[in-house]
Structure formats: structure tokens, C-alpha cells
Write a protein that binds this ligand. Structure first.
Ligand code: SP5
Ligand code: ZN
Length: 338
């Protein structure tokens, strides 16, 4: 599989996150990439498409914030990673917030998404990785490509980070594919967690279909989004499909949801597919609770490939480091078998 990755993506290396009221080692670690690279072999270095494709999805003030947040943190005399603690989600008004702690609340939605010294640069190159994979399909005639994005992206919205995500790589390429006339575009999100950022970005947009199979948000992060009755709004009504599944889900019921998602993508008339691939549906993932096996990752890839669409796979989550490389390579083998 044609795969893109930049070593600059490893510059993002927060130390810890808040979990169940305590500090734990940052689950979205740089070791994840080592496991994947060892399993998949050669990767290509991305080109630089600049900030414009990022700004087509993200707010310019949010980019400035991300670019300056860690320096701003250090300027306040702090050490380590910038982490917020004040989240004014209700009845907040438009204020010119300068204090770093206020900005972290304004531009984020959880305390598990630290901003470290290399976060902006790594996230920037993660997005360039996705854009390069898109260009391989759009300009070089490839049928499919894999963007080994890290940090992941699907929890990030137009003007906020969250869930280890800063730039929404899948949304950036879905939007650019649509603008390049490759649409209608569908995004299929198979990460364990609901892709709330991607959903939010396209919620009122009828040109990009978003389907997600994930842990029921009644039980699991991100709690506030991903419920089955969220179906899109205005022009986007009917172009969002949420298929929440219970903890403990194995292939037999996953397969049914996947079939429904793929059928909806066909019915929508998609001509281009972006798949947000998370390996955190794997049995034994340290922060997740499905029970898919490595062979099921191949089955997901093969089922997606049967759609016969130009397909760009974007890496999202997956935290069982020892199994991560095998899971990603099984998924890619499935995609290639189609
Ligand atoms: C991209 C992605 O997969 N983001 C996931 C972000 C999840 N962040 C918070 C998860 C909290 C899980 N707590 C589980 C406790 C297990 N002992
Ligand atoms: Zn996830």
C-alpha cells in the first residue's frame, strides 16, 4: 500500500494525560508509529501543501492558538505540556481571551489533549501526510493510499482540539477531494470512538456523507456525540449516520453495522471514500472495550474495498502497541485484496 509518513510527526510527544482522575502515561505515544512502521515497511515523505488546505476546514484563530500555545505556556513560567482545566461550554460569550488557561478552554474540549512543544509542527505534517496521500490518488492515478497520520484527527473540530486530535486530517482531505471535483465524498469512521470532530465539520453539509461505527457514547468517550439520533442538519440532514455498538462487540455484530454503513455510502452515491481507521476496536486495547481480532481488521479492509471507490485511509487511534503494527497491516492487506 502506498503510505505517507513524516518523521516530523514524532515531534508531538506529550508525557501524560488525565484519566479517571489521575495522571497516566500519554496513550497516543510515539511508540505507536514504531510498531506500525516495523510491520508495513516503506513509507514516502509527504510534500508541503501549506496552510491553505488546513484553513479550508479550521478557523485561523485556532491555528494561531495551536501555533503559539506551548510558547505562551512557557512564557507564563510553566513547564511541561500545556493542559487546560477550565471549559466554559455553556453561555460563554465572544471574549478576547489572552490568558493561556482561558485559551486552552476556548479551543479544546477535554483535559486528555495536551499541547507539547512539537504539537503544532507534528500536527501540521500529519495533515500534509494526508494531503500527499490524496494527491497520489487525485493526480497520480492511484486507487488507494494510506496516510499514517499521527497525531490522529477525528475528534478535532473547526476550532477545537480534543481526544488526542489537533487537525482533522480526514476532514481536510474529504473537503479538498470535494473541492477538487472528486465527490460526492463519504467519510467512514471505524475508530472505537465516535468521530465527533468530523461529524461537526460536515453536520450541515449535504455534499460529504459521514458514517461512524463506534462505542455507544452512553458508556464511552466522547459521551456528548455519536448517538443514533444525530443525523445531520439543514442541507446536511440525512448525511450523517451513527451506528453505536455496545462494549464487548465482536465481528458478528460489527459486520452487520459495517454492512449498513457501506450500503448507506453507496446509496448516497459516493465517488470517493475517506476511511478514518482506528485499531482501538481491537480486543485488549488498553483504553477501549470492543473485541475485534486481527483477522477482523482484514475483513474491514476487504469489505470497504468491495465498494470499489478511490479510497484514502487515514490513521486514527489504536493503543495496544504490541498488536498495532499487525492490525494496521491486516487492515491494509484487506483493502488491497478488494
Ligand atoms: C483518536 C482516539 O482514539 N482518541 C481517543 C481519545 C480518548 N480519550 C479519553 C479516553 C478515556 C478512556 N478511559 C479509559 C479507562 C481505561 N482504564
Ligand atoms: Zn479512538
Amino acid at each position: 500500500m502506498l503510505t505517507y509518513y513524516s518523521e516530523k510527526q514524532a515531534l508531538h510527544a506529550p508525557l501524560r494525560e488525565l484519566n479517571n482522575g489521575e495522571w497516566m502515561d500519554f496513550a497516543e505515544s510515539t511508540d505507536r508509529i514504531g510498531s506500525i512502521l516495523a510491520a508495513i515497511g516503506d513509507v514516502k515523505t509527504p510534500d508541503d501543501y501549506g496552510e491553505a488546505p488546513l484553513l479550508a476546514v479550521h478557523d485561523p484563530d485556532y491555528l494561531s492558538f495551536l501555533n503559539s500555545a506551548h510558547q505562551n505556556w512557557l512564557t507564563q513560567g510553566r513547564t511541561g505540556d500545556a493542559i487546560g482545566y477550565t471549559y466554559p461550554v455553556r453561555r460563554r460569550r465572544k471574549l478576547d481571551i489572552q490568558r493561556i488557561d482561558g485559551q486552552l478552554g476556548l479551543y479544546g474540549f477535554d483535559a486528555a489533549t495536551p499541547i507539547a512543544s512539537g504539537t503544532f509542527e507534528a500536527s501540521y505534517w500529519g495533515a500534509q501526510t494526508a494531503l500527499s496521500a490524496l494527491d497520489a490518488i487525485a493526480s497520480d492515478g492511484e486507487d488507494m493510499a494510506f496516510a499514517l497520520c499521527r497525531p490522529p484527527g477525528h475528534h478535532a473540530g473547526r476550532d477545537y482540539c480534543g481526544g488526542y486530535c489537533y487537525f482533522n486530517n480526514a476532514a481536510i482531505v474529504a473537503n479538498r477531494a470535494r473541492q477538487s471535483g472528486l465527490g460526492p465524498v463519504a467519510v467512514l469512521d471505524v475508530d472505537y470512538h465516535h468521530g465527533n470532530g468530523t461529524q461537526d465539520i460536515f453536520y450541515q453539509d449535504g455534499e460529504v456523507f459521514f458514517a461512524s461505527i463506534h462505542a455507544d457514547p452512553v458508556m464511552d468517550y466522547p459521551y456528548f456525540w455519536g448517538h443514533a439520533d444525530e443525523k445531520g442538519e439543514n442541507e446536511g440532514e440525512g448525511a450523517t449516520l451513527n451506528l453505536p455498538l455496545p462494549r464487548g462487540t465482536t465481528w458478528s455484530s460489527y459486520e452487520v453495522a459495517l454492512g449498513r454503513a457501506l450500503e448507506a455510502i453507496s446509496t448516497f452515491g459516493a465517488r470517493f471514500l475517506v476511511i478514518s481507521y482506528g485499531a482501538d476496536t481491537f480486543d485488549g486495547d488498553p483504553i477501549s472495550h470492543f473485541a475485534l481480532q486481527t483477522e477482523d481488521m482484514q475483513r474491514i479492509g476487504a469489505a470497504v474495498a468491495a465498494l470499489n471507490l478511490p479510497t484514502l485511509a487515514v490513521m486514527e487511534g489504536g493503543y495496544k502497541i504490541e498488536a498495532l503494527g499487525d492490525n494496521v497491516s491486516a487492515f491494509l492487506a484487506g483493502l488491497e485484496s478488494g
